[in-house]
Design a protein around this ligand. Structure first.
Ligand code: UDP
Length: 460
């Protein structure tokens, strides 16, 4: 049989590289050769067993996105440089033992599908958001949801989704004029998707069945998530305890040693992902709130954000709090000492909290995080969402109240029960014969069959 070779192309951000790389590892574990094609700036941050990593170019090889003047410029440059260099990569493999069979591309990069088609290989779009969020942008693309959303239409009623208020809408929909480049990118995901041979979404049947039922005709994606390292779910990929991609240096051992000394479920873990930068006011409210809960905490705060902390804060919390710049989030969430995840509700973090069974306090800031937080609180009931005041800041009393709600008392018991249920369902979905596992198998099988047919044609 001719070898099956899948080239996976992520958008070069932490929240995109992680799930696409993990998907590549999953494919490799099912006998497929998997290559991740990523920008020169990120290529050295990725090390994963059984996955080859190859560079392509976004035109900003020294510092990536930070080097570009704005999102628009970055995306345009990635489209032109990425198309050329991805094309060359596919050509490089053409006469090798592993010609490329399929390009699985981040749906933010629809040009990668055009490249795949020009080379006569399959193309599959990978959506890194929840199905609920995909549903909204998909409906805008096809015209059944119109922008701007009118006040009198709120709460918005979208088939399969709970009624959505203004604060539940992705910011690109809530304030379309504020983020034109991002809104255009979100909509461009659907621009050529009908030409894709497969569509994948990082979610699972049981989690978003209502949404998906209403969406399938418009968006026939195979649900293959949660795409989280196997060591925390089904355990079928040996030693798979991290994504294998870190754009910042993780401080693993230090955290784990610290956690070992803490009682079960006593620690609050706080992270706002790789992109969010809180205002100084918000940082200070959060800091004071954390201190006043009296709980132990680990706070992931990038170096550039440390100046926003209240004066003397680090000293006054040094017995109770660990503030570090980056970690292997999964390792911490999986630790029995962690009892609460204060999160910005990025989609990966949300899935990770849910898959590892950690109750959440959602403090969403922008983009899809607002919708994810709505689902965390009202649909899956695995946490609460902290409410902002009129100035858009979550005050310290609110932080204290929310942390207590998920860690103490009656509400916390209900939340823990729910989160345990979702953890179990997530494991089942990706485990042998689970809904996501079957979808991945179907994809791999059809690639294998087509590679076998190709070989026959070549031999005739
Ligand atoms: N993450 C990590 N270490 C940290 C903080 C975050 O490994 O200290 C990972 C986290 O596990 C997740 C990703 O970074 O997979 C962040 O993705 P998410 O979608 O939650 O947020 P984004 O960074 O895209 O806003």
């Amino acid at each position: 049989m001719r070898n099956v070779h899948v080239v996976v192309v992520p958008y070069p951000g932490q929240g995109h590289i992680n799930p696409l790389l993990q998907f590549a590892k999953r494919l490799a574990s099912k006998g497929v050769k998997a290559t991740v094609a990523t920008t020169k700036y990120t290529v050295n941050s990725i090390v994963a067993p059984n996955v080859t990593v190859e560079p392509i170019s976004d035109g900003f090889d020294e510092a990536g996105f930070a080097q570009a003047k704005n999102v628009d410029l970055f995306l345009k440059s990635f489209r032109s440089n990425g198309s050329k260099t991805l094309s060359r990569l596919i050509e490089k493999f053409e006469h090798s033992e592993f010609p490329v069979t399929c390009v699985v591309y981040d749906s933010f990069l629809p040009w990668a599908l055009e490249v795949a088609k020009r080379h006569g290989v399959y193309g599959a779009a990978f959506f890194t958001n929840s199905a609920a969020v995909c549903s909204m942008f998909c409906r805008i693309h096809y015209g059944s949801l119109r922008l701007p959303v009118k006040m009198e239409d709120l709460p918005l009623s979208i088939p399969g989704l709970p009624p959505l208020n203004c604060s539940d809408l992705p910011s690109f929909i809530r304030l379309p004029e504020s983020y034109p480049a991002y809104l255009a990118m979100k909509l461009s995901q659907f621009s050529n998707v009908e030409k894709a041979d497969w569509m994948f979404a990082n979610t699972f049947e049981e989690l978003e069945s209502e949404v998906v039922k209403e969406l399938y005709e418009m968006f026939p994606a195979k649900l293959i998530g949660p795409v989280v390292p196997s060591g925390y779910l089904d355990g079928r990929i040996s030693g798979d305890k991290g994504y294998g991609a870190n754009l910042w240096k993780p401080l693993g051992e230090q955290c784990v040693t610290w956690l070992e000394s803490k009682p079960p479920r006593s620690v609050v873990y706080i992270s706002f992902g790789s992109m969010v930068s809180l205002t100084q006011e918000q940082t200070q409210e959060l800091a004071q709130g954390l201190e006043e809960t009296g709980k132990n905490f680990i706070w992931i705060l990038r170096e550039s954000e440390h100046t926003k902390l209240p004066k003397g804060f680090k000293d006054s919390v040094k017995e109770k709090g660990l503030i570090i710049t980056w970690c292997n989030q999964l390792e911490l969430l999986a630790h029995e000492a962690v009892g609460c995840f204060v999160t910005h509700c990025g989609w990966n973090s949300t899935l990770e909290g849910l898959s590892l069974g950690v109750p959440m306090v959602g403090v969403p800031q922008w983009a899809d995080q607002l919708t994810d937080a709505k689902f965390v609180e009202d649909v899956w009931k695995v946490g609460v969402r902290a409410k902002e005041d009129e100035q858009g800041t979550v005050r310290k009393q609110e932080i204290i109240k929310c942390v207590k709600m998920v860690m103490e008392g009656e509400t916390s018991e209900d939340i823990r029960e729910n989160v345990a249920k979702w953890k179990h369902l997530a494991r089942e979905a990706v485990g042998e014969g689970g809904s996501s596992d079957k979808n991945i198998d179907e994809f791999v099988d059809s690639l294998k069959i087509s590679a076998a047919v190709d070989l026959k044609i070549c031999n005739v």
